[in-house]
Design a protein around this ligand. Structure first.
Ligand code: NCD
Length: 358
């Protein structure tokens, strides 16, 4: 479906739009062959991923010198961004904030609905629309799945449209986390994700990072996925169906240790107990889903251990010392790749000067 058709026809009615197949609505969130809004992992094809990773590499290199950093800071010094994060966040918030500053964007933020007029009864829709009066980009994290998409949908229809980036929506998606995860796979594994076995561990049912990362795997040949979780927290059927449709082999397991020797990347996650109805995950026996220091002996010398963070008990702190533990690098990669994404959205990715090595 063409963007114009969606804008004039089902585009007028949010419920009809929301119910539309995702591949049909993607054009609505793009302009002039670029992403305009970044909402779902399904928006990234291999070409775009490679381009963004190249831009991220260039940014981290050129900003090493003051001259380079100053030049990059001029690229978007005429733009302003709003960070609307009404769910807890450390890394996503800080990496987006600093990504904006790298490119020169000025920023403002709301991190709690109790400090915005929502407390006076304003609808979230009106609140977000207000931001668009002051800024040129909205980056948001919201507990309601679908709300980020709804925001982008109606912000595409107002007189002063503003791009929206999804910094995490409920249990649903976290596309820029998936972007930094794949960027990390590229930087830390020879040949990137292609042909690799990726073991995802933990709360696969309610973790949005593993969902978004699974979608991105369709861009790589020969990937095998192993999903390791307690039976109550298995990956949802929509993702399993997606992987089947795209011919990506995956299998499920309920014990981490036996699958570790075949892993090229072990992607650990925490239990998302904020989604518990009555503390039910407290009764789960999680010992079989922890990565302990002794497991370092059984993983490949080339394997990497990832985590979107925050971590609790699921990775022993002693593991941090091992070179294969890449989660601290992974969080820093997020800042560069998010800066690359913002540069892409504003069409300045081609203007980044080359670093000294060129
Ligand atoms: C993740 C999230 O918010 O979904 N964190 C992050 O963005 N780095 C993972 C989590 O909270 O467990």
């Amino acid at each position: 479906m063409k963007r114009t058709a969606l804008m004039t026809d089902v585009g007028r009615d949010w419920d009809a739009f929301h119910a539309t197949d995702i591949s049909s609505k993607l054009p609505y969130f793009s302009r002039e062959n670029r992403l305009y809004d970044c909402l779902f992992s399904q928006q990234f094809d291999r070409d775009l991923l490679d381009r963004l990773f190249g831009v991220a590499d260039r940014l981290r290199e050129v900003t090493q010198s003051k001259t380079g950093a100053d030049a990059v800071r001029r690229l978007l010094s005429h733009k302003r961004a709003m960070l609307y994060f009404v769910q807890p966040s450390t890394r996503t918030f800080l990496s987006f904030l600093n990504a904006c500053h790298i490119l020169g964007l000025k920023t403002s933020e709301i991190r709690d609905t109790s400090t915005s007029s929502e407390v006076k009864g304003e609808s979230p829709e009106d609140t977000v629309r207000t931001f668009s009066s002051y800024v040129d980009l909205i980056i948001m994290r919201h507990p309601l799945p679908g709300f980020v998409e709804k925001t982008a949908w109606f912000m595409n229809r107002v007189k002063r449209p503003v791009p929206i980036i999804n910094g995490g929506s409920g249990k649903d998606q976290h596309p820029t986390q998936a972007l930094l995860d794949v960027y990390t796979l590229h930087r830390s594994l020879k040949g990137g994700p292609e042909g690799k076995t990726i073991v995802m561990v933990g709360d696969l049912k309610r973790g949005r990072t593993v969902r978004s990362l699974s979608y991105l795997m369709k861009n790589y040949k020969g990937v095998k996925l192993v999903f390791v979780s307690p039976p109550q927290l298995r990956m949802e059927a929509d993702i399993l169906d997606f992987l089947k449709r795209h011919g990506i082999p995956c299998r499920e397991a309920d014990d981490l240790a036996p699958v570790l020797p075949e892993a090229d990347a072990v992607y650990m996650t925490r239990i998302q107990d904020e989604h518990d109805k009555a503390g039910e995950s407290k009764s789960l026996d999680l010992a079989r889903f922890d990565f302990r220091a002794e497991h370092l002996k059984v993983i490949k010398p080339t394997a990497i251990i990832m985590h979107p963070l925050p971590r609790r008990h699921e990775i022993d702190v002693a593991v941090d010392e091992d070179d294969r533990a890449v989660y601290w690098r992974q969080e820093r990669n997020g800042m560069w790749v998010r800066a690359a994404l913002i540069a892409h959205i504003f069409g300045v990715d081609g203007l980044i000067p080359a670093g000294d090595k060129h």
